[in-house]
Design a protein around this ligand. Sequence first.
Ligand code: ADP
Ligand code: ADP
Length: 226
Amino acid sequence: MSAITLRELTKVYPNGVRALDALDLEIADGEFFALLGPSGCGKTTLLRTIAGLELASAGSVRIGERAVTNLPPGQRDVAMVFQDYALFPHMTVRDNIAYPLRIKKVGKAARHDKAAATADELGLSALLDRRPGQLSGGQQQRVALARAMACHPQVFLLDEPLSNLDARLRLEARTFLKRLQRELGVTTVFVTHDQAEALALADRIAVMEGGRIRQVGTPTEVFRRP
Ligand code: ADP
Ligand code: ADP
């Protein structure tokens, strides 16, 4: 079954920029899928349109069996992790992780239990009472992932979440992401402009250009020399 099905997906911004141009794509259940391409090719827009943070101008988005094209983010079974993590600086790690559950009106005790359990899975238990400003880049990245995981989404959307990490942490984070995908089997769509990152992580890669997908396949297929 497909976790994500995009049909003739088009996004034209109010200023007239056509960021997605009748794009077709199917991503399989449990797949670790990379979107690769130069700055401005539409990767972030694609991710935001799947998440419902942008609405499609034309075409359709399905998550699993469900048509979600016109639904708001809260009614899609997805979680997105941003490049800058977008943690709330005034909230503790516990409250940051529990925040999406609060939005879903989960009670305080249940939220805190869930936050603690998720933090434990990601090795963050000792940091629950800290604030983001007191964490390293790698720790902040884990908190952002924990916040996304706490809702057990069907689909994980990651917008260059490793780009702010130094080389050593990036390697650590890659291993960590791979392990999460193996253990949880969550379908993951990962935006990067880094070919090595796509190669290291992805089951399949889509190469984007000008709001379209130019090529899609396994790393070997995409990077095979002619
Ligand atoms: P990236 O290349 O990492 O996707 P950008 O620097 O292109 O990020 O964009 C950063 C932010 O600015 C994004 O939220 C994007 O939606 C917004 N943005 C990009 N281009 C424009 C534009 N021409 N007009 C308005 N907002 C834009
Ligand atoms: P990428 O993530 O591959 O860098 P984006 O999806 O951020 O690409 O941008 C695709 C195109 O859409 C670019 O030309 C960018 O300037 C434009 N764009 C992105 N966000 C906005 C926005 N909010 N308003 C207007 N144009 C935008």
